[in-house]
Design a protein around this ligand. Structure first.
Ligand SMILES: [Ca+2]
Ligand SMILES: [Ca+2]
Ligand SMILES: [Ca+2]
Length: 284
């Protein structure tokens, strides 16, 4: 169902140096109808997310503060699309189906990372069409600091379009059973695009990834303890217990900043993979 692009400020938690960036992004096409003010991105504090034609400004990664972007004009459109990825109405569409392909979409600006950085990322996705619930191959949330930046694109036809993007940490939602997979409906934590040797795997999910219904995932990172927690739910209610946990030093792996986005790939079996919402908040 078409919905206009809008970026909803959720909450500003705290203030000053210890505040959160708290922003929910509803993806949309650059030419969708404006949903709010037409005076461009309003920035009360923190970074501006430049438009597709603007060079990423030099200088430090995003600082603390609050970003308010209330319209769907090209100048505020925050994603870079690569390969078989494109904006489609109000979603980020990774792979339309139809054979061997790979796509990615990354937020244009990287997030800053420090040892003490704690953050939360949540997204809603829907996988459908093509071969339906037996389709492939799935998608991945990818945090990466590759030289390609927001233009990073994985190889065609496999590894969720995630390999060989590195350095990186990813969460795969895998719908195709390869020889090293436990089944055709699992999630896992991977590093450096290595979907063969996943660090943590969950093979009993609360949903069928490609059942055509919108489902939700949360990625949380606690900087002081280097703890990653991934939650998954068939609906928008976050469960009490994480599905996957791991200990990963993101600063050691990724450095002082990271690009956040999604990858996907299809091969013999296909699906359309849509990211319907993306929210995040960072505490530095
Ligand atoms: Ca399935
Ligand atoms: Ca697989
Ligand atoms: Ca897998």
């Amino acid at each position: 169902m078409p919905r206009p692009l809008w970026l909803l400020l959720l909450t500003a938690w705290g203030c000053g140096r210890l505040g959160y960036d708290a922003v929910s992004v509803r993806a949309g096409s650059p030419d969708a109808a404006p949903a709010a003010a037409s005076d461009g991105a309003r920035v009360e504090a923190g970074p501006v997310i430049p438009g597709p034609d603007a060079a990423v400004p030099p200088g430090p990664p995003p600082a603390t503060g609050v970003i308010i972007i209330g319209e769907s004009t090209a100048s505020s459109f925050p994603f870079v699309y690569n390969g078989s990825a494109q904006p489609a109405g109000d979603v980020v569409r990774l792979i339309l189906g139809g054979g061997k392909s790979a796509g990615s979409a990354f937020l244009r600006r990287p997030f800053g990372l420090r040892d003490a950085t704690t953050f939360k990322i949540d997204f809603a996705f829907r996988v459908y069409a093509g071969d339906g619930t037996v389709g492939g191959d799935g998608l991945a949330l990818v945090l990466q600091s590759s030289n390609a930046g927001s233009s990073a694109l994985g190889l065609l036809g496999g590894n969720l379009g995630y390999a060989p993007i590195q350095p990186s940490v990813g969460v795969e939602l895998d719908t195709f059973m390869n020889p090293t997979d436990p089944n055709n409906n699992h999630m896992a934590i991977d590093v450096d695009g290595d979907t063969v040797n996943s660090r943590q795997v969950a093979s009993n999910l609360p949903f069928d990834i490609n059942d055509g219904v919108t489902h939700h995932v949360w990625f949380e990172y606690d900087g002081p303890s280097k703890t990653v927690r991934v939650y998954a739910s068939a609906n928008s209610t976050k469960p009490a217990q994480p599905l996957l946990t791991d200990t990963i030093d993101l600063v050691a792996r990724l450095g002082s900043q990271m690009y956040v986005g999604f990858t996907s790939a299809t091969a013999l079996f296909t699906n359309t993979h849509d990211i319907e919402t993306l929210g995040y908040d960072f505490r530095y």
